[in-house]
Design a protein around this ligand. Structure first.
Ligand code: SF4
Length: 64
């Protein structure tokens, strides 16, 4: 599983990286979300899907 963030849509609220810092970290200059894992390990996949569903801007994509 891979996760990506559309930085044209992300508003930097931080919901994703506050709840899942293992997957997301804030970009220093503006707080937009960066994905820090190339491949999401099995034990974080539910969290990744929840983050996708929880993003207020629908900026997060999850692909198998
Ligand atoms: S929750 Fe969505 S809009 Fe907010 S920082 Fe994360 S990706 Fe960006």
């Amino acid at each position: 599983m891979r996760v990506s963030v559309d930085l044209n849509v992300c508003q930097g609220h931080g919901v994703c990286y506050m709840t899942n810092p293992e997957i997301f970290q804030p970009r220093e200059e503006d707080g937009q979300a960066l994905v820090v894992l190339d491949e999401i390990p099995a034990d974080l996949q539910d969290a990744a899907i929840l983050a996708q569903q929880s993003c207020p801007e629908r900026a997060i994509s999850v692909t198998e």
